[in-house]
Design a protein around this ligand. Structure first.
Ligand SMILES: [Fe+2]
Length: 228
């Protein structure tokens, strides 16, 4: 019984990613830990700037483009990102892709990091990683290589595709995998604003540090949700 209740609570907590908390007017979600909690891997100043300024700008721009658009206000953010092509006005479509994507991606990103991370323990996910990439270390190498190769600003992702297979992809700027019909379970922001204060031009050092702060419990929940 307790396991059942726990499962329900976990699935409800996951709903932040299924659209329920993404309604107009949008707000920046509170960080689930303190700004300094990810030290020494991600520094406090970067977290403050990244969350309070950069993420807020995406939210402000998203609200601004929707302020006089009752029809799109009624849609949740996931619907907008999954149906970008149905938004006829191209300027509105681009603004939602950039800023709605920025809001969704960052809300996702804060949750898949945590200060007291354990290792991946979900056997099904580990089995799939080994099946798809050969081993966990090979998966890590491929993810890191993808993140390193992003030209300019963008993201690296581990996603579940339409066939429930794991795939590593990258997206430019703030494009979200959900706009491609994919379900991200892990993502890394490789915009310079995510690391430049501490790591300057050494993106690869930031990528290496990311592995120390991955919230595997959240990734496992994301995976369980994505394969249902
Ligand atoms: Fe960012």
């Amino acid at each position: 019984m307790n396991v059942l209740i726990l499962s329900i609570v976990l699935l409800l907590s996951f709903n932040i990613f299924s659209g329920l908390d993404f309604k107009y007017p949008y707000t920046v979600p509170t960080l689930p830990y303190e700004y300094k909690s990810l030290e020494p891997y991600i520094d406090e100043q970067t977290m403050k700037l990244h969350h309070d300024a950069h993420h807020k700008t995406y939210v402000d721009n998203l609200n601004a483009v929707l302020v006089d658009n009752k029809k799109l206000q009624a849609k949740d953010l996931e619907w907008l990102l999954r149906n970008l092509n149905t938004i006829e006005d191209t300027q509105t479509q681009t603004t939602i892709k950039n800023n709605g994507g920025g809001h969704w991606n960052h809300s996702f990103f804060w949750k898949i990091m945590a200060p007291d991370c354990q290792k991946l323990s979900n056997k099904k996910l580990m089995k799939e990683i080994k099946k798809q990439f050969g081993s966990f270390d090979k998966f890590k190498d491929q993810f890191n290589a993808a993140a390193k190769k992003v030209f300019g600003s963008g993201w690296a992702w581990l996603c579940v595709d339409q066939n429930k297979k794991l795939v590593i992809i990258t997206t430019p700027n703030q494009e979200s995998p959900i706009s491609q019909g994919l379900e991200p379970i892990l993502g890394l922001d490789v915009w310079e604003h995510a690391y430049y204060l501490k790591y300057q031009n050494k993106r690869i050092d930031y990528i290496s540090s990311f592995w120390h702060v991955i919230n595997w419990r959240q990734v496992e929940m994301n995976y369980s949700f994505a394969i249902k």
